[in-house]
Each structure stands twice: as C-alpha cells, then as structure tokens.
Design a protein around this ligand. Structure first.
Ligand SMILES: C[S@@+](CC[C@H](N)C(=O)[O-])C[C@H]1O[C@@H](n2cnc3c(N)ncnc32)[C@H](O)[C@@H]1O
Length: 246
C-alpha cells in the first residue's frame, strides 16, 4: 500500500508531519460552491462543498492552515487554489496568518472550457494565491512556457501570472472521473516553479492525486491526504501506476 496518501481530515493529518519538513503546500480545497460534487464515468467519489456562511468556510480553512504551518520549512511556499467566490476572503486570511509581506503572486489559471451566463462575462478562471514563509529565503525558479508571437516561434518565454492551460476534457487520457480533477500540466508548472528538486510537496485535499503524481513526475516527494476514501483509492492507484512505470 502507498503510504504517501492517507485517509484523513487535513486538520488531523498535518500535525503528524515532522516540523519544518515540507517545501511546498499546495491545497485545492472545496470552493464553497453550495453544491455537492459527484464523480463521472461511474467514479464513486462524492464530497460536500457547502458551508452555512463564508465566515464559517474561512474559519474551517484558517484552522487547517494554522495546523500546517509548523510543518513548513523556512524556504517553503504555499499555493492556495480557490475561485471568485472566496479568493478575496482567503487573501485576507493568508495576510492575517502569515503577514501581507509574505504575498508573492495572485495567479490566474485560465482554462477555457465550461458554460457561460447571458448575465455576466463568462467565468473562465480559478485563483491561486502564492505566499511564502520567508520573503528573503523562499524557493522560486521562474517557469518557461512556449512563446506565442510569430517572432519567437519555437522559443520559450518566462511565464506570467496568467497561466493558460486547458481544463481536462472528457476524452483526456489522464481523466479519472474524480470531480474537479486538475490537469497534470498545471500542477507540474506550479511544482517545478515553487519547490526544489528532491523537495517534499504536501497536498492535504489531494482528491484524485494530481499534485502527488505531478510531484513524483518531477522528482519531488509527494505526501497527501483526503477525507474521502474514494479519493484516497484513486490517488494511490495513480501513484502506483506511476511507480510501476505504466
Ligand atoms: C477540489 S477537490 C481536489 C481535487 C484535486 N486537486 C484533483 O486534482 O483531483 C477537494 C478535495 O478536498 C477533499 N476534502 C474536503 N474536506 C476535506 C478535509 N477536511 N480534509 C481533507 N480533505 C478534504 C474532498 O474530499 C476533495 O477530494
């Protein structure tokens, strides 16, 4: 059995980690959409995504982030993946927990797919808040992405804070059927930029295990947990496939 992934609540899992052992905390918690999330393609996964108030959601997150901070190295980074519903509240929460001078970037992941409303601009991005533990020490290697201009055809350029990577379509081979599964390409870009080679990457809401597989692909040590048994099964299966080289 793969011990990189535990079946646990984030709150009870991270205090069991060694102090100052984690290089990158990436968390993609429920977004407080108000609707339960269920799997596709017969996937048994289901998780609740509803809090009575925004304030109670933020308190839930505050408790878990605070319980995780002792496990982070002084050179570590935090990436918190949320959306328009709470990003402004979560930014204030992180300012409060860490200090506003620990803010590094507000990343926009723009993904294209999905519906639109006749009453608003189409909502096509998530927000990833990037904070560090120590502004003088944090690890960062600027990622490079393919250049799009004709002049630089075939070359790469430094990535900006707007990351344009498609979300997984129904035919994508990496798709597991787990709800809100993120693309490996997104996690590989983030992990490559924000954690050192050989470092340890923690995802305490690991879902289908995308972060953990991306970390393993890049030679980082993955650690994760999820409260859902179906998530843990899926993440363990994906990591085992990776380790067997399939
Ligand atoms: C947005 S999904 C993560 C999707 C994941 N990034 C992926 O690519 O598959 C959020 C996850 O948080 C988990 N979760 C919710 N509350 C949790 C808690 N208190 N502790 C640990 N995991 C939790 C859910 O079960 C769900 O798998």
């Amino acid at each position: 059995m793969n011990r990189n992934v535990e079946h646990s609540d984030w709150l009870s899992f991270t205090p069991t980690l060694s102090p100052r052992s984690i290089d990158l905390l990436y968390a993609d918690p429920p977004f407080n959409t108000g609707k339960a999330k269920t799997g596709t393609r017969g996937h048994a996964a289901k998780y609740q995504d509803s809090w009575p108030t925004t304030a109670s959601y933020i308190e839930w997150l505050r408790d878990r982030l605070a319980a995780t901070l002792p496990a982070l190295k002084p050179t570590a980074n935090i990436l918190l993946h949320v959306d328009y519903r709470t990003s402004h509240h979560v930014r204030l929460l992180l300012d409060d927990l860490l200090g506003p001078d620990r803010f590094v970037n507000h990343l926009i992941w723009t993904y294209g797919l999905g519906g639109s409303s006749p009453r608003s601009f189409a909502r096509k991005h998530d927000d990833i808040l990037f904070y560090c533990i120590d502004p003088k020490k944090y690890y960062f290697k600027p990622p490079r992405v393919p250049a799009t201009s004709r002049r630089m055809k075939g070359q790469t350029k430094k990535a900006t804070d707007v990351i344009d990577i498609p979300s997984l379509n129904n035919m994508a081979s990496e798709r597991t059927g787990y709800p809100t599964q993120k693309p490996l390409a997104l996690l590989e870009l983030l992990i490559g930029a924000c954690s050192p080679p050989g470092g340890t990457v923690l995802d305490p809401c690991c879902g289908s295990g995308t972060t953990l597989v991306a970390a393993a692909n890049l030679g980082r040590r993955p650690i994760g947990c999820d409260q859902s048994p179906a998530a843990v099964r899926t993440a363990r299966r994906r990591l085992a496939l990776k380790q067997s080289g399939k």
